[in-house]
Design a protein around this ligand. Sequence first.
Ligand code: BG6
Length: 498
Amino acid sequence: MISVKTPCAPDLNTDKKPCDFVIFGVLGDLSQRNLLPSLYQLEKAGLLHPETKIIGAARHELSQEAFLEEALGKLKVFVREELSSEITERLLARMRYVLINLDVPEEYRRLAAMADPQERVLVSYFSVSPTLFGPICKGLQHAGLVTPNTRVVLEKPIGRNLASSIEINDLVASVFYERQVYRIDHYLGKETVMNLLALRFANSIFTTNWDHNTIDHVQITVAEEVGVGSRWGYFDQAGQLRDMVQNHLMQILTLVAMEPPVNLHDDSLRNEKLKVLKALRPITAKNIEKRVVRGQYGPGFIKGSAVPGYLEAKGGNPGSTTETFVAIRVDIDNWRWAGVPFYLRTGKAMACKRSEVVINYKPLPHNIFSGSYRSLPANKLIIRLQPDEGVEIEMLNKVPGLSDGISLQRTMLDLSFSEAFSKERIAGAYERLILEVMQGNQALFIHRDEVESSWLWIDSIQDAWAKTNELPKPYPAGSWGPVASVALLARDEREWEE
Ligand code: BG6
């Protein structure tokens, strides 16, 4: 059967309308840990339209009362502050439950009885396995819930390679215009990731010092202290390259490397990011050995506690060759970045949770302070994404004093967000993104072209691993990854920021 999309272009001016916010998979982990607590914070901040409703959909038989009880229980666990009874009451009063077997189109009529996408915005959040994205789109269409006011939010992973992501995107596109599709990467909702835009494009000292003339290389680290834990089943099929690099690290990379967008509108930003993805030099079986390090954690200690290795996880496959760590030398083949490598690394069960971007400037051509340093250390700009969000500049200063000559010392200019903006609580990524969808702003969501370009490049690495039978190198839990990761930079006479 050929399905026909809604005949008119989506309504771009609906931000003032109340919203029916539907969470498919409302009883799942993501919804309970992130979505419901974020809605609580939005309620608290007075950012939800007074008539906005939250509709939870799942395949379990559950009364409205039992649903509210369940939601309250999870809010108590996952909102990291004492719940206000007034705000909780207001939030729960917006909530409804609907039982839908997501692959049965007829059952979406129950949802149609609760939502009104002619008059109100309908946001459908797909917090379910991507295999259900197609059935949900068809179900919404079947129930007459696809109008210009309808928006869909897709959680990652969108596929496991280029071919499967095209398949999923095609299914969604058979029902929705791209303008209605909001692909989430929660890193884009993080305050510090968004601050990369402010830092780069609102400060002339950085806009004029942001290319191959002044920058030697860039490091992007997203280290996690947690191991894989109960997510083994999902993770073992994915691995760190697909789970973290394809999305989060690629997004950080594009924000650091892109050209200035004309403005902050949806397409301006997304087009600039896309150009960076298209300029990534492919990795091949010939160069992978020098460009990429794959690791897998073994037993070790994190903050003094013993941690079992990846292969020892309960219910896991002791023969798994899935990587839990990746380090990559990325080259961007364009005018701005010619000759400036970007080194990415990310891993589970590492020494501590730390995400940061380090811009390493070029050393000066001549040293007039040889009494202090035989060669002057170059400046560094360190952007701490999480935790302890902030920006540091490592620079050289004269040590105050009357001694002969000028003696230099390395010092830090340190801007800590929690101190500088002490009145503001830092909003969680999902709060920002939920609000943006409700308001119809796509700038912080990923365009289909971005997802597919990113997969194309990631596939080149997966293919090269398959061709070379590259196995992950072991590293002890609680370390900074395999020794080969140090060698990756040492080969270029550089070292990781520690
Ligand atoms: C998710 C990955 O997208 O991001 C997880 O699937 C990872 O494996 C998580 O742990 C990290 O997010 P954050 O916000 O804790 O850095």
